[in-house]
Write a protein that binds this ligand. Structure first.
Ligand SMILES: Nc1ncnc2c1ncn2[C@@H]1O[C@H](COP(=O)(O)OP(=O)(O)OP(=O)(O)O)[C@@H](O)[C@H]1O
Length: 287
């Protein structure tokens, strides 16, 4: 399904048919060669794996999909700047290696989330719907551990994690989707209670069974599903699990840098006038 927002709604002329965040995302192919599509709306996604496993590439595919949807705003946090940096022009908010700004951004998102719940209550609804009064928000984080364990002091790191947990737990019904990657799938970074808030989980190659279980869920390695068995030369390959499901081996699709630049430039151009008017306004009001 593809949709376009009517020109009168945004004050801009649509330049082409865009997608909706209600459209499923094309993730890649499974081991039988079948396409794998993920619905992102009302869900969060955790991506884990050792360095070089293909996490940032997958995150770029997800952000690229969202950038081409006309009903989702982008909030990007990237401690390395270069992993998601190509999408800065399409994003309402881009946070680099700055824990204070990361916390401030999550606090403002928390206020946006609370305001949205107040709105839903005022109109007797429980959740965000297609073509709603506000856009969905994709919060993409490349390297949770950078903000939760590497920079800043313990108090700020804990504050970051508490905010992330709240957004992940309560954001879905108001259209806030959290997609977060980590190269440190260890129990100090991803507690089981946090993992459970991510309906989709992708484990790229992991250094051991324990790390794989931390992403997929306890006990899967023993049952024969361990991302430690993924060939280190097969980047982008990993186990994908949905809440209540069984892990499936998937090879994620891959966008080259040139592909990403093309998509990001197009998305930035299409979004150029609405960037200032929607989430930015909501975030400003929440500041
Ligand atoms: N789906 C894929 N198909 C083919 N090659 C891939 C795929 N994903 C990643 N790669 C290759 O693997 C390299 C490393 O990928 P990527 O940077 O995404 O890893 P990472 O897990 O994010 O690493 P780090 O944790 O160090 O940031 C890419 O530059 C690319 O060459």
């Amino acid at each position: 399904m593809t949709t376009t927002r009517p020109a009168a709604d945004t004050g801009t002329v649509p330049v082409g048919t865009l997608m909706s965040i209600f459209d499923p995302l094309f993730l890649g192919i499974d081991e039988f060669g079948q396409p794998v599509y993920l619905p992102l709306i009302y869900r969060n996604m955790l991506i884990g794996g050792e360095p070089g496993a293909g996490k940032s590439s997958l995150l770029n595919t997800i952000v690229g999909h969202a950038a081409l949807c006309d009903d989702v705003r982008l909030c990007l946090l990237d401690g390395k700047l270069v992993e998601l940096g190509l999408y800065e022009g399409s994003a309402d908010v881009f946070v680099g290696p700055d824990l204070d700004l990361a916390i401030l951004t999550l606090e403002r998102l928390q206020t946006v989330m609370d305001n949205r719940y107040a709105f839903l209550r005022s109109v007797n609804r429980q959740k965000f719907l297609p073509r709603d009064a506000f856009d969905a928000i994709l919060v993409a984080i490349d390297e949770i551990a950078y903000f939760s364990a590497t920079v800043g002091d313990k108090k700020d790191q804990e504050r970051f994690m508490a905010l992330l947990r709240d957004l992940t737990a309560r954001g879905r019904a108001v259209g806030i989707i959290v997609v977060a990657a980590t190269q440190r799938p260890s129990s100090d970074i991803i507690l089981p209670s946090l993992r459970a808030l991510f309906a989709w989980r992708f484990a790229g190659r992991c250094t051991d069974d324990v790390s794989s279980d931390i992403v997929l869920g306890h006990g899967w390695a023993k049952r024969g599903y361990s991302a430690n068995t993924v060939d280190p030369n097969n980047q982008g390959c990993g186990y994908l699990i949905a809440e209540g499901g069984i892990p499936a081996l998937v090879k994620a699709c891959f966008m080259t840098n040139a592909d990403i630049i093309r998509v990001a430039n197009y998305a930035a151009w299409v979004r150029r006038s609405s960037t200032e008017t929607r989430l930015t306004t909501e975030l400003r009001a929440a500041a």
